[in-house]
Design a protein around this ligand. Structure first.
Ligand code: HEC
Length: 101
């Protein structure tokens, strides 16, 4: 979630536990606030909903500015050959989101 080459969630989201973690790329105060803080999302959404947000948030908001990480359906950026994250990576992100309570 903090990796600039992969999920890069923190470029758009505040995640307090990642900001305070030492030795994580992208930690320490360099988080964006383009999207809502992810603190507490594990309480607000079920596992299935969290996974859907990461796969493709357009299911919840067709006009969302959050990139779909698990699909290239309707992608408007330059000819992606694969989704940004693999299914295994999406499962890991979903599990991490569920701990944000
Ligand atoms: C380009 C910016 C951007 C990136 C990168 C991004 N998001 Fe988002 N995300 C958003 C925006 C904007 C929203 C607000 C929802 C909307 O658009 O309706 C959002 C909403 C969410 C929500 C729902 C939050 C709520 O309180 O309703 C979750 C969960 C989420 N993002 C997780 C992630 C994860 C995990 C990643 C990394 C894999 C990520 N986001 C990367 C922009 C981004």
């Amino acid at each position: 979630m903090a990796n600039r080459q992969q999920g890069n969630c923190i470029t758009c989201h505040q995640v307090t536990v990642l900001r305070d973690a030492k030795g994580i790329d992208g930690a320490s105060g360099k988080q964006g606030d383009f999207g809502p803080s992810l603190d507490g999302v594990g309480k607000r959404y079920s596992l299935a909903q969290l996974r859907q947000w990461v796969m493709d948030g357009r299911r919840f908001n067709p006009n969302t500015l959050m990139p779909p990480f698990g699909t290239i359906d309707g992608a408007s950026y330059a000819s992606p050959s694969r989704p940004i994250l693999s299914l295994e990576e999406i499962d890991k992100v979903t599990a991490a989101l569920a701990t944000l309570r």
